[in-house]
Write a protein that binds this ligand. Sequence first.
Ligand code: PMP
Length: 406
Amino acid sequence: TRDQVHNFAAGPSPLPSNVLEEAAQGLLNYQDTGMGICELSHRGKEFKAVIEGAEADLRKLLSIPDNYSILFTQGGGTGQFSAVVLNLLAAHRLKNPVKAEEFKPPILDYVLTGSWSSKAYAEAQRLSLPPFPNCPAFAEPRIAASMKSEKWTRLPKKSEYNFNKEAAFIYYCENETINGIEFPHNSISSSFPFENVPEGVEIIADYSSSFISRPILNLEKHAIIYAGAQKNLGPSGVTVLIIRNDLLIDTTEASKLGCIPHTPITYEYKILSDNKSLYNTPPTFPIYVSALVLKHLLNNKGGLKGIENINKQKAELLYSTLESAEKKNKVKLVVRDENARSWMNVTFTIEGSPEEEKKFLDGAEKRGFKQLKGHRSVGGIRASIYNAVTLESVKLLCDYINEFCA
Ligand code: PMP
C-alpha cells in the first residue's frame, strides 16, 4: 500500500496523499456537480475558479509582485527551452529596431551547470542557425560558464563567469535534477552572481526541480522563472511561468522587422497572458491538482518558510549520513562542492564492485524505498526528497544507509 512505500522519484514524483484523495473525488464528481473536473469546460465558472485560485495562491506563496504575470502552459520544461529564446529574441528585436542589413545576432549567455542547462543551450543553438545560406544567424548562443570538464561536481566561482554586456539574456538552471547541483540558498541571497550581471541583461531561470521548495530570494532580478510541475507542484502536463510584464510582447510585431525566428502561437507569452492562460484548452487536470497542492501548502505548513525548514532538515540529515558513510569508503557523494549540493536531488554512488549497487537497490526495494536509481545518463543513486517526501521517510532511508555501510 501507499503507506508502506517511500517514493524518492525525481519526477514525476510523489504528491501529498490528502491532495490525491481530494483530486480522486474531484475526478469523479467535482463539487457535487455530478461531473468530474476533466469533464468540465475550461471556460466554465468551475474551472475558472480553479485556475484563478491557483494563480492567487502561487502569488501569495512566492510573494510574486504585481509587475509579474503568472502563466500556465504546456510543452514541459523542454518547451520553455525554445519559448524563452523565441519570446526574448522578439523582445530584444523590438528594443533594437535596426534595419535588417544592420542586424547583428544577439548574444545569449548560458551558464552550464549540468544536464538541463546543457540541453537548453543545445536548443538555443538549433534555434539560432541562419534561416538561409549567407544570412546572419538569428542569435549567437555562448557559454558564459561551464562546469562540464569537472563533470558538474561544483558551481563556477564568481570569477569564472564571463557575462557579455551586450547579451539579450543570461540563462541558468537553479537546480540540476540529474546531477544534484543547486545554487546555494541562505537568508541573505542565493549565490547566483547577480552582481556580475551587466545592466540591462535579462535573467532567465529554470526552477523546475526546486520550485516552491523554498522562497525565491531574488525573484525580482529575473525576467522569467519557469518550472515544469511534475516535482513539487503537481502532475506532469502543466508548466508555470513567472514573467515580468514588459516582456509580454507581440512577437508578430517583431517578426515584421525581420531577423527573428517565428514564435508558435501557443508559445507566445503575450497571447497566453491576454487570454489568462486559456488561449487554447489547457491541461485542466494537472492545473486542478496543482491548485490543490498550493492550497495545501498555504494551509498546512506555515507558508514557504515552514516548507523550507523541513526541506533543509531533510537535506542536512541525508548529506550528513552520506558524509559519515563516505568515511567508510562505502558511498561517494557526486557533488564535491558542499555549498552546491541540491536540497531536492541527492546524488551518490555506491563504492566497490558493481554488485554493491545492486545489493543497495535490492535492499532498498525490500524496505519500500522506491525509484532510487540515478538518471540513466549518469547512473549511481539519486534520492529525490521533494516537498511530499516526509522527514520520517528520509530518516528511514538514513537508517538503511547506515545499516548498509556498517
Ligand atoms: N529542467 C529541469 C531542471 C528538469 O528537471 C527537467 C525534467 N525533469 C526539464 C527541464 C525538462 O522538463 P520536461 O520533461 O517537462 O520537458
